[in-house]
Design a protein around this ligand. Structure first.
Ligand SMILES: Cc1cc2nc3c(=O)[nH]c(=O)nc-3n(C[C@H](O)[C@H](O)[C@H](O)COP(=O)(O)OP(=O)(O)OC[C@H]3O[C@@H](n4cnc5c(N)ncnc54)[C@H](O)[C@@H]3O)c2cc1C
Length: 594
């Protein structure tokens, strides 16, 4: 179960498909040089393949244990984490003022894909630390930053997010954890949080928890939530570690997948109250959460890409080795490798094409977030902010949905051996399953896309993106290259379906919102299928023009063509599902579920 980082594909997606080179050329990245991307990715790829990938199975088999007040991770986990953080991988895109390397988020996105591809359960820990870093950087006081930020950025300490409670999942506004003001300006927190990723572990000597809780006089719902920093071990004025804080893991979940990632029930305040420090202002915790959501959701999207790529690599290897049946028309003796069968080839192409499209969508989201943060031009900043906001739910939901589909195809290609644990195909399938659920379920992402992103300014950001994608279609058509087959036509049809469906949804958003909500999930799929086809075509054209991607245009044209002819082509039926399907969905209340 080796992992081979697809560096050529990643660089092509990053530099050409996602537009990093164009953004750098336009001056939005300061003095960052795109040539730096390759050596960083290659080094990260080596670490992922050599250190993290071999631990993937170990973590799955051993899982984690709760011993007294401490979660113990799988054998090799603490050492691997120390090596990973020691090599600087946690600090790739952290601010230089706090000892980060200041590289673009887009570079870190590519690295994150490799952490997830090699070992999803391991990569989940830094994902949460990144969210904590963002919350602290954006909203923390200078005093808190001074104590915690550099240690979180270096990875010496890890971070967590404590939102979920039994009665408050998708609807965080229902949370009941309490925070009481203390006379010394700190707070005392009480309550129980569930499903907390890496809520406790033995990889670092401190964990910095970010906890949502409610003050006694807070208004109800999301307007009454505040965000607090609650360290596992209290930090003294000189920066050394003091006493253990009153926050403990009181249980760990037994799960379908990501066995090596501890999912903890966390109890706060059983011994008098966990000491917490306010982040931002009282009752404005949700605003703090919103600023971090883009990056956290993108990071989960990248998990989808990573697991899909790993499943693809494994299935390809198996299909080249496993011999069953004969190629149609073959007259030779013996059995052929199953990769000769068109049905297997189709599945592999589907896996490859979906993974490549999701990768570029995620990287494009990272580039938009980077540009929004780095550019000095106000108009560019506002356009990039809108683009990042639009792409984020697609990056999260499309990529994690396809992560599951691709992992399932991976099992299928292995036949019965796919269902048997020893090949590893089953682990990818199990591990992938959580990704459409956490960090806002994919249903919630679709609703966000339709109501907040399409719904903003009469769909302005959607129309701007469609215009940009239409230019790619023109370039494909102008190339007159027969190798593209029906790519241009299918992409044009896809964009037409996307535009009509967007208009239909916009009209209904206020008038008959249940119609719009009923079509949210197929709409997001339609969006991803069209956007994905266009960005893959852009990459294929770039390889033809510049020799990027290892200088092998036929390979990338084939992937783009397959995607357009087999996946974007479904835009037409997804359009019908959104527009014609709403009535049946909304009638189900009385017809089926009464
Ligand atoms: C392994 C794991 C790790 C996790 N890590 C963390 C963590 O570190 N920190 C943390 O705080 N939480 C964490 N979570 C919690 C996770 O974010 C929630 O499980 C998730 O947000 C969904 O909430 P829920 O489970 O309560 O489902 P529910 O909210 O009950 O949703 C059930 C179903 O209803 C749908 N639904 C809900 N509301 C709506 C609506 N308004 N419109 C349409 N559909 C709706 C959902 O899409 C879903 O399909 C983790 C969960 C797991 C399993």
């Amino acid at each position: 179960m080796t992992y081979r980082p697809p560096i050529d594909d990643m660089l092509l997606a990053l530099r050409h498909g996602a537009g990093l080179d164009a953004a750098v050329a336009a001056g939005h990245y300061g003095d960052f040089d795109t040539e730096m991307a390759a050596p960083v990715l290659e080094e990260a790829g080596r670490f992922a393949a050599d250190v993290l990938a071999p631990l993937n199975r170990v973590g799955d088999k051993n899982g984690v244990r709760l011993a007294a007040d401490q979660v113990l991770t799988a054998p090799g986990w603490p050492e691997a984490y120390q090596r990973w953080a020691g090599a600087g991988w946690n600090a790739v895109s952290g601010p230089e003022a706090f000892s980060g390397q200041g590289l673009p988020l887009a570079i870190n996105a590519a690295c994150s894909e490799m952490w997830s591809a090699s070992n999803l359960a391991f990569g989940l820990c830094p994902l949460l630390t990144s969210s904590a870093i963002e919350a602290l950087t954006e909203h923390g006081s200078e005093a808190l930053k001074k104590i915690y930020l550099a240690k979180l950025i270096s990875g010496e300490w890890t971070g967590t997010m404590l939102l979920t409670e039994p009665q408050a999942g998708s609807d965080v506004g229902g949370l009941r954890s309490r925070a009481e003001r203390s006379s010394d300006g700190t707070y005392r927190l009480f309550g129980t949080k569930i499903f907390i990723t890496y809520g406790d572990h033995d990889m670092t000597d401190n964990i910095v928890h970010f906890v949502l809780a409610r003050l006694p006089d807070a208004p109800p719902g999301t307007k009454g939530i505040s965000l607090f920093l609650v360290p596992k071990v209290l930090v003294k004025a000189d920066g050394s570690l003091g006493e253990r804080n009153d926050i403990y893991p009181s249980g760990i979940e037994h799960k379908l997948g990501i066995h090596a990632s501890p999912t903890c029930t966390m109890t706060l305040g059983d011994k008098g109250g966990a000491i917490g420090y306010l982040i931002g202002e009282e009752n404005r915790g949700m605003q703090c959460m919103f600023t971090m959501m883009n990056q956290a959701r993108l990071a989960v999207g990248l998990q989808g890409v990573g697991i899909a790529d790993r499943a693809y690599q494994q299935a390809l290897g198996y299909a080249q080795d496993r011999r069953q049946g004969r190629a149609a028309g073959s007259s030779g003796g013996g059995m052929d490798p199953i990769i000769v069968h068109p049905d297997i080839k189709r599945m592999l192409m589907q896996m490859r094409a979906l993974t490549a499209a999701a990768r570029t969508i995620c990287y494009a989201t990272a580039v938009a977030i980077d540009v929004a943060a780095r550019t000095t031009d106000t108009k560019t900043k506002s356009e990039a902010t809108a683009r990042a906001a639009l792409l984020t739910p697609i990056a999260k939901a499309f990529s994690t949905d396809i992560g599951n589909e691709v992992a399932s195809l991976g099992v299928q290609i292995h036949g019965g051996m796919g269902f048997i644990e020893e090949t590893g195909a089953a682990q990818h399938y199990r591990d992938a399953r959580i990704t459409p659920i956490y960090e806002g379920t994919n249903g919630i992402q679709s609703i966000d896309l339709v109501t907040r992103k399409l719904g903003a300014q009469g769909g302005a950001s959607v129309w701007a993106l469609i215009e940009e994608l239409a230019a790619i279609v023109k370039d494909v058509e102008a190339s007159n290259d027969p190798a593209f087959g029906l790519t241009g036509l299918r992409l044009r049809e896809g964009l037409g379906a996307l535009e009509r469906t967007s208009r239909w949804l916009l009209e209904r958003l206020n008038a008959t919102p249940n119609d719009a909500l009923a079509g949210a999930t197929p709409y997001l799929r339609l969006f991803g299928s069209t956007l994905g086809g266009c960005v893959l075509a852009r990459e294929a054209l770039a390889v033809q023009k510049t020799g990027a991607g290892g200088g092998d245009p036929a390979r990338y044209v084939a992937v783009a063509r397959f995607f357009a002819e087999n996946i974007t082509v479904q835009a037409a039926s997804l359009e019908r599902a959104v527009i014609d399907g709403a009535e049946a969905v909304n009638a189900a209340d009385t017809v089926l579920f009464a």
